[in-house]
Design a protein around this ligand. Structure first.
Ligand SMILES: CC(C)(COP(=O)(O)OP(=O)(O)OC[C@H]1O[C@@H](n2cnc3c(N)ncnc32)[C@H](O)[C@@H]1OP(=O)(O)O)[C@@H](O)C(=O)NCCC(=O)NCCS
Length: 331
């Protein structure tokens, strides 16, 4: 089957990770856990922590400026900025507008936040693809930035060991050859909303003294349920995205999955029929940075020479909502 011509491609990526490292040994002093348990059950060795005064927009700004510098793109060249984050600087206005102002693109483009938790980057790529395909935009800046440590319950050992902070950015442009997005498959399941949530802080349960006492403004998760759904959904989405591109698992040069737990990645890869030698993993150093994991991983994979020109790449993601998705692209 002849490969269909992509409409858009990722022209460049960049990342920003805060300097401060929180190792498993540090967590041993904070909650009843051990380095051995965290390594064995998650694969995570350490994660980055943003300083108290560093926001999601601060990290997004750094990743954005880095990707603009790489490509020589001026602020006025950008038509749309999509920020994906579960940890916005504030509820109003959007973090995207904040990033827009910081990078000097105010008034020359439009900007909005897209909230799909850990799947945000893939959803945003699809929105960017649609905007470019329609002819409304030529250059879309997708920025995934997360300060997960700001919404973690540091007394809950089953969640506080998992997450970290950081940002990734991608410049999405029209494709003029065979490189770019070939297919995508996205779904969500609102029936499963409660398995991974922040119960309070929104209109359903505004913050009051009781909320603070019960720590309901922080992240809550049914780990085992999330684990099971993640594997099934990502493996199926991956297979369907491959099918949509007329490809099989044998064609995949590199799978870049959402980095939540190495056991989730290994099981997903096994179900999808892709050996681990062809799967990119960096979660041992960063933990789960929610929607930023894939752009950060792509940027590192490219830097390490793991994304050859013309490589077939499979992206898979999963997150709260529940949301999930997969994409194939020729790099
Ligand atoms: C959270 C997660 C690591 C827990 O691993 P698990 O193998 O499922 O472990 P369980 O939840 O079954 O708990 C097993 C035991 O370990 C304990 N445990 C949980 N966290 C622990 C920790 N940090 N250190 C030591 N023990 C811990 C539990 O209390 C439980 O003890 P019990 O049997 O006495 O009750 C795993 O479920 C997971 O990664 N889920 C997906 C989470 C995720 O990725 N979310 C984001 C999606 S985008």
């Amino acid at each position: 089957m002849k490969e269909s011509k992509p409409v858009v491609r990722i022209a460049a990526t960049a990342r920003y990770l805060p300097d401060d490292v929180l190792a498993n040994a540090d967590l041993e002093r904070m909650v009843n856990t051990s380095d051995a348990w965290i390594r064995e059950r998650t694969g995570i060795l350490e994660r980055r922590i943003a300083p108290k005064d560093m926001t999601a927009a601060d990290m997004g700004e750094r990743a954005s400026l880095a990707v603009m510098e790489k490509t020589g793109i001026e602020p006025s060249d950008i038509d749309l900025i999509i920020v994906t984050t579960a940890t916005p600087d504030r509820w109003l206005p959007s973090t995207a507008c904040e990033v827009q102002s910081r990078i000097g693109a105010a008034r020359t483009c439009f900007a909005f936040d897209l909230h799909a938790a850990c799947t945000g980057f893939l959803y945003a790529l699809s929105v960017a693809e649609g905007q470019i395909a329609s002819g409304r935009c030529e250059t879309v800046l997708v920025v995934s930035t997360e300060k997960m440590t700001s919404i973690i319950d540091w007394e809950d050992r089953s969640t506080c060991i998992l997450f970290g902070d950081g940002a990734g950015a991608a410049l999405v442009r029209p494709s003029d050859d065979d490189k770019g997005i070939l297919s995508s498959y996205h779904r969500s399941d609102g029936d499963m909303a409660l398995v991974l949530q922040r119960p309070a802080g929104g209109t359903a349960k505004p913050i009051d003294e009781e909320v603070l006492r019960n720590r309901d403004h922080l992240l809550r998760m049914s780990g085992r349920e999330v684990f099971k759904s993640a594997v099934q959904s990502m493996a199926r989405a991956g297979s369907l995205a491959l099918e949509g591109a007329g490809k099989t698992c044998d064609d995949v040069d590199l799978m870049v999955p959402h980095q939540a737990n190495v056991r989730i990645i290994e099981s997903t890869a096994r179900y999808a029929g892709i050996p681990m030698e062809r799967v990119f993993v960096n979660l041992h150093r960063y933990g789960n940075i929610s929607s930023a994991t894939i752009p950060v991983a792509l940027d590192e994979a490219a830097e390490q020479g793991k994304l050859a020109n013309g490589a077939l790449v499979l992206l898979t993601a999963f997150g709260a909502g529940l949301t999930w998705g997969a994409m194939t692209m020729r790099w």
